[in-house]
Design a protein around this ligand. Structure first.
Ligand code: FDA
Length: 307
């Protein structure tokens, strides 16, 4: 219930104005976001890669209805790639792109988002980097998979996030388990109706395990994006059973969440990629993190009383 309220707030302009105006919020946001500018993103990449982790960078923003803003987000990725290249940090690096940030929701948005994402993927490809498309609410899945297909025609390593909570996902995965296909399996971070999505945590977890089995048994590159210790154990067991070696699949976690566990898995010989969000438009991302976990919300609220 609380989680649904927070997820609804993630899309409320009024709540955005209230939450972002409170100076104290900033300190809590820093736990989940690398910083507001390019330098902060580059610093985070240097630190994480220095510890043996890989990265996928997200220039924060979503749901734009402004074509110029969509172009600015695209250009922010291009500037990021230049900065990483200048610092020798492109090896193994990836960018995560939300199509709604590069124009998907505009009239004729699919063509605009494809054009912008294509330019990002092309620039990444030139530097030996990859791009993965984030998945947003269920109304965008067909469009995102359509754009993915077009991007993959030119850049076959383009990945996509797939949400276990959606009832359609097992069907979608059957088309995505081919060789070279990079799929990031997540539980799903959006408030979705029961007609399209499993509602209970247990149901979502069971769906995640079914999907993970499909990915591990398939020929693609599974990206296990979860902080859930049970999911990580099951992924390791499935990898053993399917004869996969670390690197033929990878784990992924969000910046600032279970940082010690991220490093522990690397020390155990696993590949771990950290999703690093940066930029000024952190509101929607931050609210989804609060909705995910009561402890995150408690941490946020405590920062007000303990000042
Ligand atoms: P869940 O939130 O159910 O947590 C399960 C358990 O994990 C907890 O009970 C606890 O044991 C442990 N845990 C979780 N957080 C913890 C913390 N802060 N400290 C300690 N333990 C903790 N979603 C989406 O819809 N589209 C997308 O494109 C993406 N992209 C994406 C990329 C990456 C790399 C990740 C990791 C996640 C996403 N997500 C996403 C978000 C995803 O859908 C989901 O909301 C979050 O990952 C939370 O789900 P978990 O699988 O972590 O489990």
């Amino acid at each position: 219930m609380l989680s649904r309220l927070l997820l609804a707030s993630a899309r409320s302009e009024r709540m955005r104005d209230v939450i972002t105006a409170v100076p104290l919020t900033r300190g809590v946001v820093d736990r989940f976001v690398a910083g507001e500018d390019l330098d902060a993103a580059v610093r985070a990449v240097r630190e994480l890669t220095g510890d043996g982790l890989q990265v996928t960078l997200d220039h924060l923003g979503e749901d734009t209805l402004d074509r110029a803003q969509a172009a600015r987000t695209r250009d922010a990725y291009l500037a990021l790639f230049d900065a990483l290249a200048a610092q020798g940090l492109t090896e193994g690096a990836e960018a995560s792109v939300k199509l709604s940030a590069v124009g998907q929701a505009l009239p004729d948005g699919e063509a605009i988002a494809l054009d912008n994402a294509h330019r990002v993927a092309e620039a990444a490809h030139r530097l030996g980097m990859t791009v993965t498309l984030d998945m947003e609410d269920h109304t965008t899945v067909d469009s995102t998979l359509g754009i993915l297909g077009k991007l993959r025609a030119d850049f076959p390593a383009t990945g996509v996030a797939i949400q276990a909570m959606l009832r359609r996902t097992e069907g979608d995965l059957r088309d995505l388990v081919h060789e070279g296909s990079r799929v990031r399996l997540v539980k799903g971070a959006y408030a979705e109706p029961a007609s399209v999505a499993y509602q209970g945590r247990d149901e979502v977890d069971r769906a995640y395990v079914r999907d993970l089995r499909l990915l591990m048994e398939g020929d693609g590159h599974p990206m296990v994006a979860s902080h859930d210790p049970r999911i990580i154990e099951i992924a390791l067991e499935l990898a053993r059973r399917t004869g996969r070696t670390p690197g033929s699949y990878e784990f992924q976690m969000l910046y600032g969440i279970r940082a010690a566990e991220q490093r522990r898995l690397v020390q155990d010989g696993q590949r771990m990629r950290v999703y690093v969000p940066y930029g000024g438009d952190w509101y929607g991302y931050f609210m989804r993190r609060l909705a995910e976990r009561p402890a995150n919300l408690a941490f946020f609220l405590r920062s007000f009383v303990s000042r």
